[in-house]
Design a binder for this molecule. Sequence first.
Ligand SMILES: Nc1ncnc2c1ncn2[C@@H]1O[C@H](COP(=O)(O)OP(=O)(O)OP(=O)(O)O)[C@@H](O)[C@H]1O
Length: 333
Amino acid sequence: MNRPLLEVRNLQTHFLTSMGAIRAVDDVSFALQRGEVLGLVGESGSGKTITGYSILGVVDEPGQIVGGEIVLRDAEDREVVLNHLGEKQLRRLRGNRIAMIMQDPMMSLNPSLRIGTQLVETVLAHRQVSRSEAERRAVDVMRRVGIPDPEQRIQAFPHEFSGGMRQRIAIAIALINEPDLIIADEPTTALDVTTQVQILVEVQKLARDTGTAWIWITHDLAVVAGLAQHVAVMYAGKVVEFGATEDLLDHPRHPYTRGLIASIPGEGELASGRRLHQIPGNTPSLLNLPEGCAFRTRCDRAGAQCDIQPMLETSPAGNRALRCWHPLEGQSP
Ligand SMILES: Nc1ncnc2c1ncn2[C@@H]1O[C@H](COP(=O)(O)OP(=O)(O)OP(=O)(O)O)[C@@H](O)[C@H]1O
């Protein structure tokens, strides 16, 4: 097997506030192969976005990467450690080898510029091609993300598109330079279900066709079920379970993963309006978290040992990882 495109090793990103350190990302590790989609899943505040920002090098003050390594490899297997690069080098990578799609597409679109101009400028900033070649690429990528009539629509401004179409344009801007990696932060969450499903189907196809790897951030396990090959489940700044999507959904071993799965609406709940299972309790404050497993206060399997922080244990084949003293039955990690 090829060495991974991206390896995040023991990443720690903390916000050093006057109240103390907020450990937003605390010992996060995972790997991603070229062309693969990884779902990064967890409740609000679990550290998913800050993990994405850390990879891109855009964590705001007082946030800081205080430990670990983020390794990116190129096609010739050369490594760069992203968190050792300066801002100038990182800027060269962003929009080129790594791109991000935000939940709100207007964060990546300039409201006063035509869509075509924004796409063309993204190409010209990183590729030495003619303007007419950049325009050809712009029309082509618009078509690939499912925007009808791209030759005409390229002249329009962002406000002339619906929310779903704007999000497709944000995806087009991320894709246009054929990056190695796209980090997508809940890009479909604000859209209606039909548009959400259409975009997820398009992205599945794009991921297959382009060789770009994706990290798809979401609080909703159902979103990644048909999209991602692997899933990393985060809780309170830590990855608590990692595995191949089907295996993880069919055989969750962490009680938190089981809780997330139970809160996915099935057809029965949707039809009857029956209340969904909710994980009892609230997510803990990340400010000066006490020692031990952060989920223990909400966990029906917690015991005395859980006062000590469990390590993330990886299976010998490397395809499953788990951070729990009292996991559910299944193959050992
Ligand atoms: N600018 C900031 N200053 C201080 N703390 C911050 C800042 N940004 C994020 N955090 C902390 O980092 C934690 C993780 O935030 P993050 O945005 O990564 O969560 P998330 O899992 O992406 O949640 P959501 O789904 O709500 O976006 C937050 O709970 C918060 O405590």
